[in-house]
Design a protein around this ligand. Structure first.
Ligand code: IPE
Ligand code: IPE
Ligand code: MG
Length: 245
């Protein structure tokens, strides 16, 4: 318990294939994926994890067939709206990262309400990556930095990692220590490319709709068995261990 990651990020993948394996429509998989979200949010809150980022919809996912996109959007917004009382009961604060300009107006409004209604909660920070992609985020950040340089608000000579970080959608959150991807794919799919620089990556073949607390614990235990070296030697790391973990 004293070596828990502060921030866990999850690529919730495999809903469609899970549904098709049951002889069902892809949306059936998304629907069941919601139950996994509930479980994992609850599991993280129970453990005292500070930040949980869930990749729910990428900017590339807009190119899926229209009925899937519409169904998924409705499900996401409906779920967030319905879960607000539970979030409040569990002191969970909701955040959203992504290109909100792509969302339909009603989705936008529902999200804003949920954000406002959980804004004073001080427990787990639940970050939904919705209409998010890392390249979108980086381009957006670069544009805003350029604007601020032009307006003489930022001196180019002073731009370093701290300033760049402050323009990212994740500026208020520390980098994830652990990134989990379900469904058996070994890729990042445009998720937190900058922030995952030193994250421990954990891949499991379990499809997202079947991912439960025990799978989360397995991932955390695996993470805890790793030596995080941050470019140093193993010897150096072990010498000042207790600090490094
Ligand atoms: C993840 O499941 C959910 C989203 C990307 C929205 P998928 O829908 O990608 O399911 P697979 O990968 O096709 O099985
Ligand atoms: C990544 O999954 C996005 C989310 C889980 C929301 P995808 O299913 O879209 O990724 P690819 O297409 O397999 O890389
Ligand atoms: Mg997928």
């Amino acid at each position: 318990m004293d070596r828990l990651p502060r921030h866990i990020a999850i690529i919730m993948d495999g809903n469609g294939r899970w549904a098709q394996e049951q002889g069902q429509d892809r949306l059936y998989g998304h629907f069941h994926g919601v139950e996994s979200v509930r479980e994992i949010v609850e599991g993280c809150a129970e453990l005292g994890i500070r930040y949980l980022t869930l990749y729910a919809f990428s900017t590339e996912n807009w190119d899926r067939p229209e009925p899937e996109v519409t169904g998924l959007m409705e499900l996401l917004v409906e779920t967030i709206r319905k879960e607000v009382p539970t979030l409040n009961k569990n002191n969970i604060r909701l955040h959203v990262i992504g290109d909100m300009s792509m969302l339909p107006e009603n989705a936008h409004r529902a999200l804003q309400e949920a954000l406002d209604m959980t804004a004073t909660n001080s427990g787990l920070n639940l970050v939904m990556a919705l209409s998010y992609s890392s390249r979108w985020e980086l381009v957006h950040a670069v544009k805003r930095i350029a604007e601020d340089v032009q307006a003489s608000k930022v001196d180019p000579a002073e731009i370093g990692q701290d300033i760049l970080q402050s323009y990212l959608a994740t500026s208020a959150f520390p980098d994830p220590e652990l990134m989990i991807r379900t469904s058996g794919e070994y890729r990042i799919s445009n998720f937190l490319l900058y922030q995952l620089a030193y994250a421990e990556l954990y891949f499991t073949s379990t499809r997202w709709p079947e991912f439960r607390k025990n799978h989360l614990y397995e991932a955390i235990l695996d993470y805890q068995g790793r030596e995080r070296r941050f470019g140093k030697t193993g010897h150096q790391v072990r010498e000042d261990s207790g600090v490094k973990w």
